[in-house]
Design a protein around this ligand. Sequence first.
Ligand SMILES: [Zn+2]
Length: 186
Amino acid sequence: MIEIKNGRIYFYNTLKSDLRVLDFMCLSAYVCPVCKNVLRAYFVGNITPEALKEYMEKDTMKYAYEMGSTQGAQWIKLRDHSHKETCSWQIVGAISKGIDNSVKSFIDIHEVKIKDKQLLIRAIEEGVMPGFKKVPDEIGADLPMLIFKENDLLDTKNMSFDKKWELLRNLGKCIETVLETIRLPQ
Ligand SMILES: [Zn+2]
């Protein structure tokens, strides 16, 4: 398991009591608020791919991380497809940091047109936009990332089939419809 706590990153395995807990100073870390997996971390320390495998309690997670080092510190990154296997939310824009950049990537990736991009950004910043969640840097050193789940965007429960169909095939329109209904704090 990987855990971020009090500015440190811990690697441990509750199933292997003889395996030493590793504990390093963490410089930046993003933890998915939904599945609680560490999405990314940057820390002062060293762990090899072979060692990391030992700390993974689930077999499916043994190869889930990419890693490397920059400027004397090491980074790990949960592979997108590994995240997808455990979570219905996905990171928006693989390298985008900050809500502005992430929304820009989102618009590019999905090729959507949104009249009021600033309104969408504000709604996400305020945490009132369904379908989007901010993922802060646990250490507070870097800008937040963004995760997205299309099925959470629109509450289609009381919607007619025609309306639902019209909105679900047009993501941009869908987002604008949602934006019309939300209330931003003053
Ligand atoms: Zn997740």
